[in-house]
Ligand binder design. Sequence first.
Ligand code: 5GP
Ligand code: ZN
Length: 117
Amino acid sequence: MSATSHDCVFCKIVAGEIPADVLGRNDHAIAFADLAPQAPFHVLVVPLEHHEDAAASAAADPAIIGHLVTLADEVAKASGNEDYRLVANTGAGAGQTVFHTHLHVLGGSSSMTETLV
Ligand code: 5GP
Ligand code: ZN
């Protein structure tokens, strides 16, 4: 997969072509608020390099996933969320709508104590 995809909304956010509420970044990833938050704290952590999902990013370079988790932890804790949930929808059947790897970082909700798995 190419480093960028011209019709990808997250590539456009990475390139600064679409505005986003950026909470943090490092050399490999950017964190910004989800447009349609599903929890009081709902941030997306996105690698700068385009791959269609987390498995594809891991196949290209396993370190990418480590960079995502590190940035997710930083922005969650900087926002007062010591406890949070990471979600990586993979495939349309699992709810993936943007086919550029991303972690949802969810926190601040009492429903977070419910277990999904
Ligand atoms: P998915 O359903 O693929 O796991 O998650 C995609 C997420 O991207 C959704 O939660 C959706 O609200 C968010 N999203 C889609 N387009 C934009 C956008 O242009 N800006 C931001 N900040 N979030 C977006
Ligand atoms: Zn992309």
